[in-house]
Design a protein around this ligand. Sequence first.
Ligand code: ADE
Length: 230
Amino acid sequence: MRIDIITVLPELLENFTKESIVGRAQKKGLVEIHVHNLRDYTLDKWRRVDDYPFGGFAGMVMQCEPIDRCISQLKSERHYDEVIFTTPDGEQFSQPMANKLSLCGNIIILCGHYKGIDYRVREHLITKEVSIGDYVLTGGELAAAVMTDAIVRILPGAIGDEQSALSDSFQDNLLAAPVYTRPAEYKDWGRVPDVLLSGHEARIKEWELQQSIERTRRLRPDLLRGTPLE
Ligand code: ADE
């Protein structure tokens, strides 16, 4: 898989793509992440990529030309399954969306900034608009990082224990069960549930499922609405 991220703040994303599971997934050849500085695609001698909005509104708007030049360049090199724009008025990002995007060959993520981008870009170049939540960030870089992280970690082989990505919260619309590690007793904070020390795989699986259901009912009943577990 290949993810191309277009941004006016490439420094913000450079470390993120090299570290941890995302960095290791790249070294293993599971994903290539390329960060492009939008300013490299403007013809403006001051490297400006934004301008005042028509209509006298406040703020600055990202111009069509640099975005068009960057995306056209990338598209001339390979096919892209999605050209995503990060924006608070987009479709809400979710685990099912991450799962679906992880099956793509190549995607572009365009990070929004300032007051927005010229609407014609959204109409002509963007195939999917995505929000990571109902709040407004100063730019789309953190949203692009959130999406990239969620997509990359579920690529087969990205996480050592493949089972662990599948047992995440949300993978089956249930929150994950609690986990514990050594020591089995710590201070007076109580003991790790006996079943987890029993070595009885079937009973452990059953306990894990019951815990997931109980936590989901208590913390996120909305996830169970319309299901037999409601
Ligand atoms: N840009 C600014 N806020 C955002 C959000 N909530 N999601 C995605 N992109 C954004």
